[in-house]
Design a protein around this ligand. Structure first.
Ligand SMILES: [Zn+2]
Length: 304
């Protein structure tokens, strides 16, 4: 279906539309040349992981379930317990919206330009599962590109699921989700960070994911084992050296005012506002930062 034919969830209203009317979802890279819906962007995935945002609308999960595609074109992702998912999770309403309009999810044609399957009719159903908690974000060697690592997401407590072969089958579910949609309330600092992350370009006319991923590294992602080996993240080695400056509350208070970069100021305010209630994955990374005797530089090297 075309984007104009499907009602937009309220939480997606802030997203910019491209010239065809598609909302620029949070996980896709953008910049002077526009948006690349086909590419998965590791800097964006990192920011989504750290701030616990949905990969479609870019808003926080809060108490809502985290949804992932479990099987696709008959390929089972049943090993996800071990491997994790290569894409960041989404809200249910965002998953069902995407099922309606995303050409990759709703059409019988292939995803990501896979020539082998292009033009085939999709007969298999797509299964989507909802989990209560995101428990792990790991650095994993890419199965496609040797020498490159990507981020994978792991979840616990799968409590709901649905399946579909054609998006029309989800009409009743979507209607119900739209009717029950809760507004997501965020503090002003997080709202500004979300607005920056989802803007089309930053002040240097580049993808704002660059600066937001930098803030995510300072927030604690710098302590994720092997993080600098992830595609597009090796440039943040300097951030890894300085992440310890963002571990305690007193220094966060000064960074919240004095950090030269707006996304770093907003991140510091976000951490202060979250107090001890930071997302589970980030809490684990900050704990490594507080307890590990290793200088952060050595943690950037690949250990596997
Ligand atoms: Zn969402």
């Amino acid at each position: 279906m075309k984007p104009g034919e499907v009602q937009l969830p309220r939480r997606m209203a802030h997203l910019t539309r491209d010239e065809r009317g598609y909302p620029m979802i949070a996980t896709v890279g953008r910049g002077p040349k526009g948006v690349d819906f086909g590419a998965i962007n590791e800097r964006r995935k990192l920011a989504l992981a750290v701030f616990d945002w949905c990969a479609v609308c870019g808003m926080p999960f809060g108490d809502e379930l985290r949804w992932q595609v479990l099987s696709f074109f008959g390929e089972e992702f049943d090993r996800h317990d071990e491997m994790g998912f290569g894409e960041a999770p989404v809200h249910e309403i965002c998953a069902v919206y995407a099922a309606h309009v995303c050409p990759h999810l709703s059409s019988p044609n292939a995803r990501l330009g896979d020539e082998h399957r292009a033009g085939q009719r999709r007969e298999q159903t797509i299964r989507v599962g909802g989990f209560r908690r995101t428990t792990r974000v790991d650095v994993h060697p890419s199965p496609i590109q040797p020498g490159v690592s990507t981020l994978t997401f792991g979840h616990a407590d799968e409590v709901d699921h649905f399946a579909y072969a054609r998006p029309e089958e989800l009409g009743a579910r979507y209607h119900q989700l739209l009717r029950n949609e809760q507004d997501i309330v965020v503090k002003p600092s997080e709202a500004k960070l979300i607005a920056l992350f989802n803007s089309v370009a930053d002040e240097n006319n580049e993808d704002p994911a660059g600066v937001v991923a930098g803030a995510a590294m300072y927030a604690g992602a710098a302590y994720a084992p092997g993080i600098l080996s992830v595609q597009g993240l090796s440039e943040y080695a300097g951030h890894a050296d300085n992440a310890r400056l963002f571990l305690d509350r007193e220094s966060l208070r000064s960074w919240a005012i004095e950090a030269p970069d707006p996304s770093t100021r907003l991140m510091a305010r976000w951490l202060i506002a979250r107090n001890d209630n930071v997302p589970e994955v980030l809490a684990g990374w900050r704990k490594i930062g507080r307890t590990s005797p290793l200088p952060s530089k050595s943690r950037g090297r690949r250990t596997r």
